[in-house]
Design a protein around this ligand. Sequence first.
Ligand code: ATP
Ligand code: MG
Length: 262
Amino acid sequence: MDNFLISIKDLNKTYSEQKSFLAPKKEAQHVLKGINLDIEKAQIVSLVGESGCGKSTLANCILKLITPESGKIYFEGKNILEFNKKETFEYRKNIQMIFQNPYSSLNPKMKIKEILQEPLIIHKEDKQEEKIKEIISLVGLSEDDLKKYPHEFSGGQRQRIAIARALVLKPKFIVADEPVSALDVSICASIINLLLELREKLNLTILFISHDLNLVRYLSDKVAVMNKGEIVEFSNTDELFSNPKDEYTKYLLSSIREIKIG
Ligand SMILES: Nc1ncnc2c1ncn2[C@@H]1O[C@H](COP(=O)(O)OP(=O)(O)OP(=O)(O)O)[C@@H](O)[C@H]1O
Ligand SMILES: [Mg+2]
């Protein structure tokens, strides 16, 4: 297990409650069915599969935002589901999230400097000014930008700010759930290249969730294919795209090829 930053063993999650007040009452739904997944240090692993198959649910379990019924999630060899409050607090520093929508994920009333400083304050970090300046330049923005508010930036720049906020505590692991699907294609490419650059510079490990299989192919070291709460195939990217083994993987790949031709 030592090579793995994250190692998930036989994870099960069931939703029993209805999703929202207005939604009709539903039967208990088994959303994650015995998930196993190992993520090596400094790798980018993508998670793909149809809408509703359980990708975000898995991400939320890793982030400790929801609790699975059974299974284990090891981070650096320790089961996060057994962490006490102090250990969970430390864990949260090492594991950060980049959200889909850079318009709603930044507080409009806070200046960029305050947005970046907030996690540093929560974790009582030293050298806050220095860390903020370092991270803003790493994501390709300037120190002048620190005085501005989110509305003064474009979508792509806001996503850079969201990435800076996620990275300011120097986490080891990033979960990016559809981080570019709200952006224009040209901006999307620059954000993806930024993530690749940051992975090199900061030795980051990334779980990337996306519906865009072309992007997944370009970016990932390995790809996990999920179907109805199960991981049906987990292979190196080149292998998965050139020689898919599982029927569902073949189906997913054929659907993008058709769209590209059309
Ligand atoms: N809080 C919740 N309560 C009840 N059911 C939920 C909850 N969150 C998700 N679900 C259900 O669990 C299933 C998996 O949802 P999830 O959000 O993990 O899918 P996903 O693969 O991320 O989909 P998408 O690609 O659309 O983001 C869906 O059927 C969804 O309706
Ligand atoms: Mg999702």
